[in-house]
Design a protein around this ligand. Structure first.
Ligand SMILES: CC(C)=CCC/C(C)=C/CC/C(C)=C/COP(=O)(O)OP(=O)(O)O
Length: 279
């Protein structure tokens, strides 16, 4: 493993994310807090995805993050989590949400995820995405219950979209996040990640998962449409950007060979300006 990245390096990665435009729209303190939350996610995600590191080493790196988070909440030396002290204090971020994100990354470290059952995939999405949402909605100043409900749906919608976008990248590193039930239902033989990705019937499995993602987008949009308290432009932007990716994926389909779907910068800026006027 190449050693822990600096906060500057992590922040540079934030700038490369499709969520950057959404986060830039926030007022300074909220923006800084979200950059810190995102930098944390990036750091643990990099450990989960590190293809060079041995599994025990990567598990130890995640454990050291868990210890630093615990030290931060216990008033001890937070080590590499020091940059989270300010957002945690200012916005009342919850320790269990950080733990959940680390637990989700640990699922990728224990073994490569291969056609998890639906319940395992749902738990994974709750940890790696909805828990990030739960941290975020506190920064956005949303009321707790509504914030948790929004995180549940928007987190899952975004993560499922991400899974549907990255089938080939994931298969190349031995992972398949499409759930067993949909793959079996589509008649895909569960032999190896490469063989699953190369099977044209993966299209039907992906479409079934896309349907679930749509249901989560709809539920998230219904919550946002009720205009709850909070800085809503960020989640609206995230839903708009990733919702668009999902639509484009559905339009091209998942039969191999697949081409990578991207959102172009102009479309991002345009969506952002429209939301600025209506949020
Ligand atoms: C309530 C609320 C705010 C919920 C949302 C929570 C949230 C931001 C979840 C992250 C999910 C996700 C697919 C991240 C990919 O990030 P990436 O940087 O790898 O994305 P990219 O590859 O598209 O740039």
């Amino acid at each position: 493993m190449s050693g822990a990245p600096s906060l500057e390096e992590l922040k540079a990665k934030v700038a490369g994310s499709s969520f950057y435009v959404a986060l830039r729209a926030l007022p300074p303190q909220e923006r800084e807090a979200m950059f810190a939350v995102y930098a944390f996610c990036r750091a643990v995600d990099d450990i989960a995805d590190d293809q060079q590191g041995a599994r025990p080493e990567r598990a130890a790196a995640l454990a050291s993050w868990r210890e630093d988070i615990d030290a931060l909440y216990a008033g001890g030396d937070p080590g590499q989590a020091a940059f989270l002290a300010d957002p945690v204090a200012r916005f009342g971020l919850v320790r269990e949400d950080f733990h959940a994100v680390i637990d989700g990354m640990a699922m990728d470290v224990e073994r490569d995820m291969r056609w998890p059952d639906a319940a395992t995939l749902d738990l994974y999405c709750d940890r790696v995405a909805s828990a990030v949402g739960r941290l975020s909605v506190r920064v956005f100043g949303m009321e707790e219950e509504t914030g948790i409900a929004l995180s549940r749906h928007l987190g899952r919608a975004l993560q499922l979209t991400n899974i549907l976008r990255d089938i080939d990248e994931d298969a190349a590193i031995g992972r398949v996040y499409l759930p067993e039930e949909h793959l079996v239902g589509a008649g895909v033989a569960l032999i190896s990640p490469a063989e699953v990705a190369a099977d044209p019937r993966v299209d039907a499995a992906a479409r079934a998962l896309a349907k679930e993602a749509h249901a989560h987008y709809r539920a998230a949009e219904a919550i946002l449409a009720a205009r709850p308290r909070g800085l809503l432009i960020a989640p609206r932007m995230m839903a708009a950007v990733y919702g668009r990716i999902l639509e484009r994926l559905e339009a091209t389909g998942w039969r191999p060979p697949r081409t990578r779907v991207r959102v172009n910068k102009a479309a991002l800026v345009w969506t952002f300006m429209k939301l600025r006027l209506t949020s």
